[in-house]
Design a protein around this ligand. Structure first.
Ligand SMILES: NC(=O)C1=CN([C@@H]2O[C@H](COP(=O)(O)OP(=O)(O)OC[C@H]3O[C@@H](n4cnc5c(N)ncnc54)[C@H](O)[C@@H]3O)[C@@H](O)[C@H]2O)C=CC1
Ligand SMILES: O=C(O)[C@@H]1CCC=N1
Length: 288
């Protein structure tokens, strides 16, 4: 029988500073894998008590809105995950810096925000981890890029890895590659969903009921991803096996080629990376 490798338990309180989609995806994944007790997860939001009540009832986590409880959580948590939108990050980091002691670990999931800008806005060389996860973390199938500041010690490094390894694949990379990774795996689920939307729509236009078109599309995407993973074959080789000479698949691929599909996807990834850099530059401006 095949046993799942043991996932190390995380025995630290983790504060999620920003309680939106990405924070929820990570929390859902951590709780589903039983790697953190729900009582160790504290979620802070800017204002919405309804959102915190929803998260409390869904996952059993703690959720604070009152300013004093928020400050206390931020002052004392060994691990703080920054999960607000980039536009809210500068203000949050400026007010967070003076609350922290040097051993508290700050993990960011914020697109574009560099380690240098994070430390500059915090006002001290805090150990920080820059990550780029994706929403598939919520079902343990995330893909997270991770870069560490030089201040991150071995224990903290392990803690950060434990969090993201529990909810999917991790790739430790040079920080300079983080925008490219964002273009592939951070935003990538959206491109695949877009493709799926189009396939489902085509099925419906061709007369299939919505439910069937959806189910067939989902199984096709799942099967294709699993084939690449389990056979170890290259996507191009697997594509060729589907594509009979002068057959129906070839006819379809020719339409995609006429639409410059391959280069269009590359341009989309590049534009995503460029947009991440733009968001990072806007945050860097906040240092001056
Ligand atoms: N959604 C995604 O697929 C991914 C998102 N990210 C990053 O995650 C971050 C959050 O994105 P989402 O979860 O999609 O956004 P979201 O809008 O769903 O959530 C952001 C949350 O932060 C809260 N917030 C803002 N300022 C705050 C403050 N000062 N104190 C406490 N809470 C505050 C907001 O109330 C909101 O609930 C972004 O920086 C994004 O770049 C990274 C990877 C994937
Ligand atoms: O769209 C965004 O900015 C975020 C970053 C990666 C996925 N979503």
């Amino acid at each position: 029988m095949c046993q799942q490798p043991a996932i190390p338990l995380i025995n630290h309180n983790i504060v999620f500073y920003g309680a939106g989609s990405m924070a929820e995806a990570i929390v859902r994944g951590l709780i589903a894998r039983n790697v953190v007790e729900s009582g160790r997860i504290i979620m802070l939001n800017r204002s919405s008590s309804e959102r915190l009540a929803e998260l409390r009832s869904r996952y059993g986590v703690l959720g604070y809105n009152a300013p004093e409880s928020k400050l206390e959580a931020l002052r004392t948590a060994p691990v703080i995950v920054l999960a607000m939108k980039p536009k809210d990050a500068a203000e949050a980091l400026r007010s967070l810096g003076p609350l922290l002691s040097p051993d508290q670990l700050v993990i960011s999931v914020i697109a574009g925000l560099t380690i240098r800008t994070m430390q500059g806005l915090l006002g001290n060389p805090q150990p920080v981890v820059r990550t780029m996860p994706n929403t598939s973390s919520s079902i343990g199938l995330g893909a997270t890029g991770i870069a560490f500041s030089k201040e991150v010690g071995e224990d903290s490094r392990r803690t950060a890895l434990n969090i993201f390894e529990a909810i999917g694949l991790t790739a430790v990379i040079d920080e300079e590659r983080m925008e490219t990774l964002t273009g592939i795996s951070g935003s990538g689920p959206a491109y695949i969903y877009y493709m799926m939307e189009a396939m489902i729509a085509a099925g419906i236009r061709g007369g299939l009921p919505l439910a069937q078109s959806r189910e067939l599309t989902v199984q096709t995407v799942l099967g294709a991803a699993r084939m690449v993973q389990q056979t170890g074959e290259e996507p191009a080789a697997l594509r060729k096996k589907v594509t009979s000479p002068n057959g129906s698949t070839q006819a379809a691929i020719e339409v995609l080629e006429r639409g410059d599909f391959f280069e269009t996807v590359i341009s989309a990834v590049n534009r995503c990376a460029e947009r991440s850099r733009e968001m990072g530059s806007a945050l860097e401006q906040e240092l001056h």
